[in-house]
Design a protein around this ligand. Structure first.
Ligand code: RB5
Length: 148
């Protein structure tokens, strides 16, 4: 299950991502917004990120104007590994090496076709484990307040 969320700037792109997920046969849950009026990205980013952190959703794709604000908000939810991307290489490696579980993009930064390509690579790339798992474990320790 893929959690989706956006602010008012990302509604159209979120709909394109829904179509991509349908095409890939992946289920999604929409955490809003769907109202084209100015709103606060933290609210929707939080709701989707919490669903991922709680295990109700496997991963999330979140959209705001730049991808930054909603990404910062989502990253405050413990258990998330957020990647804000505007290129395919970073998106794919964020999965292969960092096992990112939330992708954020900027609807005012990337075009629809690039955003869908980024999402497709991110959704299909495997996590490589091994030394990368050790590093993710270190990140989790930081999150628990432990010193490295
Ligand atoms: C909204 O104008 C804009 O600030 C928001 O979508 C996002 O880009 C913030 O990071």
């Amino acid at each position: 299950m893929i959690a989706l969320a956006c602010d008012h700037t990302g509604i159209a792109l979120k709909q394109e991502i829904m179509s991509l997920l349908d095409e890939l046969g992946l289920e999604w849950e929409d955490f809003g917004t769907n109202e084209p009026v100015s709103c606060d990205y933290a609210v929707y980013g939080y709701r989707a990120a919490k669903a991922v952190a709680d295990g109700r959703c496997d991963r999330g794709i979140l959209i705001c104007g730049t991808g930054v604000g909603i990404g910062i908000a989502a990253s405050k939810v413990p258990g998330t590994r957020v990647c804000t991307c505007s290129d395919v290489y970073t998106a794919e490696l964020s999965k292969r090496h960092n096992n990112s579980n939330i992708l954020t993009m900027g609807a005012r930064v990337v075009g629809v076709d690039l955003a869908k390509m980024i999402a497709r690579h991110w959704l299909t790339a495997p996590f490589e484990g091994g030394r990368h798992q050790r590093r993710i474990d270190q990140i989790a320790a930081i999150e628990r307040g432990e010193a490295l």
